[in-house]
Design a protein around this ligand. Structure first.
Ligand SMILES: Nc1nc2c(ncn2[C@@H]2O[C@H](COP(=O)(O)OP(=O)(O)OP(=O)(O)O)[C@@H](O)[C@H]2O)c(=O)[nH]1
Ligand SMILES: [Mg+2]
Length: 324
């Protein structure tokens, strides 16, 4: 408790090293993580959360860095969260990203952090939710989350943001059909980056055509923009498109709905992981013993499942009653 109190005080004083420490703490689900999170003020800050997703190497980090620069120029405080499910490492940002984000170094009001797949029962999306909570609490007015690819982990993460930017590159060709299946639906703003390369116009038109088919009445019209992240071309337009989308969210009530969805997911995710880890910690021997019976055909998964869940719930109730 003492350690948590001390950390809280330093967080209140906007000590950036305390933020780094707090993030490591909640990410690892160490002792004290939920205690720390539960001690933060419950008031939701007005952080605006932007997700940037797209295939590997499409220029997400370069674009993120340019976006961050523009937001900083406007006087925003910016937190960058780089998510790499393929990396076991967390901590600062990975070296390559540091280089790509060099132009941000030395600037005030920015914090960059990468998140790997290490640890935590609830996986990356829960770790992300916790880190987001800390960044919001710390007072970043804009938080940008970069995630690679199209897997479930990314879709989960993306469900927690206000605006999703999907980055594509020229020469997508037939891939557009595949993209349509998953990623088209989650885009609030589409970007064709590397517009200095051949085929950018064609890709742009293909994406626009695909988007048109899914447009519904009263829905936000997803803009498709061309950018050259490495030179900064088109970034001003991207910021404007994001501002417009944010205004749409606020005016339509969708912002409230998205935040509610995020909180619901966070709450259910937390409770589920507590129950699950508790169950796994206690049930190993039971599961092993019953599994042998199931394999021998003496009983089945569902009979055992019903028995174990009841047993587990009863034990838990008894344990909690003793503690009260
Ligand atoms: N020609 C061109 N190159 C670009 C552009 N934007 C980024 N690049 C280059 O593309 C490469 C990949 O850029 P990143 O920003 O690391 O891409 P990323 O999507 O973050 O990559 P991962 O995080 O590894 O998936 C780098 O060498 C960039 O310099 C662009 O608009 N045009
Ligand atoms: Mg990157």
């Amino acid at each position: 408790m003492q350690a948590v109190n001390n950390l809280l005080e330093r967080l209140e004083a906007r000590d950036i090293r305390a933020l780094a420490r707090a993030i490591s703490l909640v990410e690892d689900s160490e002792e004290g993580a939920s205690e720390l999170l539960a001690s933060l003020s419950p008031r939701l800050s007005g952080s605006r959360i932007i997700g940037i997703t797209g295939p590997p190497g499409s220029g997400k980090s370069t674009l993120t860095s340019k976006l961050a620069r523009d937001f900083l120029d406007r006087g925003e405080k910016v937190g960058l969260l780089l998510i790499d499910p393929s990396s076991p490492f967390s901590g600062g940002a990975i070296l390559g990203d540091r280089i790509r984000m060099q132009e941000l170094s030395g600037r005030d009001g920015i914090y960059i952090r990468s998140l790997g797949s290490r640890g935590s029962v609830g996986g990356l999306s829960q770790a992300t939710a916790r880190v987001l909570r800390l960044l919001e609490h710390f007072g970043f007015s804009v938080i940008i989350i970069e995630t690679v690819g199209t897997g479930q982990a990314e879709t989960d993460v993306v469900e927690t943001v206000d605006s999703v930017v999907v980055v594509a590159v020229p020469g997508l060709g037939d891939d557009i059909q595949a993209m349509k299946a998953g990623i088209m639906e989650i885009a609030d703003v589409f970007v064709v980056n590397k517009a200095d390369k051949d085929g950018a116009d064609r890709t742009l038109r293909q994406i626009e055509a695909a988007l048109q088919m899914q447009e519904g009445q009263g829905m936000h019209k997803v803009p498709v923009l061309a950018t050259v992240a490495s030179s900064g071309q088109g970034v001003t337009e991207l910021v404007a498109a994001l501002d417009a989308h944010y205004k749409y969210l606020a005016d339509s009530g969708e912002l409230q709905r998205r935040r509610e969805r995020r909180l619901r997911k966070e709450l259910i995710g937390y409770v589920t992981s507590v129950l699950m880890s508790d169950f796994f910690a206690r049930s190993q021997a039971d599961v092993d013993a019953k599994l042998a019976d199931i394999i021998q055909g003496r009983t089945d998964v569902y009979t055992v499942g019903r028995f174990l869940s009841r047993k587990y719930i009863n034990e838990r109730v008894e344990r909690d009653a003793k503690q009260d």
